[in-house]
Design a protein around this ligand. Structure first.
Ligand SMILES: NC(=O)c1ccc[n+]([C@@H]2O[C@H](COP(=O)([O-])OP(=O)(O)OC[C@H]3O[C@@H](n4cnc5c(N)ncnc54)[C@H](OP(=O)(O)O)[C@@H]3O)[C@@H](O)[C@H]2O)c1
Length: 365
């Protein structure tokens, strides 16, 4: 079998800048969960002879141990967010540096380093990652936890640190929906670390996890019949929010649920509060007239992680703060389920059913 080290050596004779260092021979083909046609969860299929990526200048090859499963992966798989076909699923991984370019070496990266990252194609044994995107994983933080941190942890960090545009201050109220889910378990804890008072909503089945997050008030909702996610009509959330906040409402509302919660979120705002609509777990937020915001002179933002990790400095400073909190025991991350990559479809089905009580990962051998 042609090994990647041989392929790289061939490339090196024509490109003197891309001299590769390799831990051991990397096979020319690998296991990967691939989408060749968009569709339901079964459109994601395990292949055992997918070409291994070749190392380019500035990159490393990571031998993945874990890949994170995120809602956005299901949107790519379904074609809701279109991508060129075929593609390897996933955009969050963690593993060991197995080959590196000169440029990566010059940045201090070494073979065998434990790293986490977010780039396309993580549902595979090997992923080519630009050195600028690598997050070195410190001792004392497990690769599963570090992998979990990349998308959901960094998202929760920017949501509670930056996306609110400082319209909420220490000691003021923040409403966070679905704190039993992945991103918002982190967000609730980080909002507390920032000194905000937190009201969380969660479904009854996830209240055990939600109770450990330190929310000042937890609104526990019944589940939608036959499903495991919240029925947002089972409790009058706005009335409860107003009661808890002495009629003032919340200076920030963090909402990844979308369609089911948009009205609750806007109606729970305080004067000059901000509605941070960052996701659509229940469906896309329908269009609404801007005039709707006039009652409270409210703000609305629809942010995304890429715009809050614009360069290496911003990426690393957010990750460093998160890894620091993890090491100091100030932040707990629950890895809910870890599916073998061979059960690729099951991982997506589990997430889409709203069953996750924390991070859902693939383990890659
Ligand atoms: N903009 C960004 O930067 C960014 C970054 C990461 C994620 N996101 C988006 O944020 C959303 C949440 O992501 P996540 O990673 O936190 O997901 P997650 O871990 O699966 O949590 C989402 C939670 O939503 C709740 N939910 C309510 N209605 C649902 C429904 N109809 N179907 C499924 N779940 C439902 C579930 O909690 P309950 O059982 O408690 O209701 C579920 O645990 C997704 O739309 C994702 O794409 C955006």
């Amino acid at each position: 079998m042609l090994s990647i080290s041989r392929r790289i050596l061939t490339a090196t004779t024509t490109n003197h800048h891309a001299v590769a260092r390799c831990m051991s021979s990397i096979p020319a083909t690998m296991k990967a969960a691939v989408v060749r046609e968009t569709g339901d969860a079964h459109a994601l299929k395990l292949e055992t002879d997918y070409p291994t990526p070749s190392l380019q200048p500035g990159q490393v090859i990571v031998k993945n141990q874990y890949a994170g499963i995120n809602f956005i992966d299901t949107y790519h798989r379904k074609g809701l967010y279109p991508r060129d076909l075929p593609f390897i699923g996933g955009q969050e991984g963690g593993g060991i540096v197995a080959a590196l370019s000169d440029e990566a070496k010059a940045q201090g990266i070494q073979l065998g380093d434990k790293v986490a990252y977010s780039v396309f194609g993580s549902y595979a044994q090997y992923t080519a990652v630009p050195a600028s995107k690598l997050l070195p994983v410190p001792e004392g933080v497990g690769l599963d936890v570090a992998t979990s941190c990349v998308v959901q942890g960094l998202t929760a960090h920017y949501l509670t640190t930056s996306a609110h545009a400082n319209l909420i201050k220490e000691g003021e109220w923040c409403l966070i929906h679905g704190v039993g889910g992945g991103t918002c378990q982190w967000a609730a804890q980080m909002a507390k670390l920032r000194g905000f008072k937190v009201i969380g909503t969660c479904s009854r089945g996830k209240s055990d996890i939600a109770k450990t997050l330190g929310c000042d008030e937890l609104i526990v909702l019944d589940e939608v019949e036959g499903a495991s996610y919240e029925d947002y009509e089972s409790v009058d959330i706005v009335a409860r929010v107003m009661e808890v906040t002495d009629g003032k409402g919340c200076k920030a509302v963090i909402d990844g649920i979308g369609k089911s919660t948009v009205d609750i979120s806007i109606n729970s705002l305080a004067h000059r509060g901000i509605f941070i609509s960052f996701g659509n777990a229940s469906g896309a937020v329908p269009a609404f007239p801007v005039l709707r915001l006039i009652g409270k002179s409210a703000y609305v933002t629809r942010p995304k992680l890429l715009d809050y990790t614009v360069d290496r400095a911003e990426l690393v400073s957010r990750a460093d703060e998160i890894f620091g909190w993890l090491k100091e025991g100030k932040l707990n991350v629950s890895v809910d389920r870890c599916f073998p990559l061979e059960e690729a479809a099951e991982g997506h089905l589990y997430l889409e059913a709203g069953k996750s009580k924390g991070k859902v990962l693939y383990r890659i051998d």
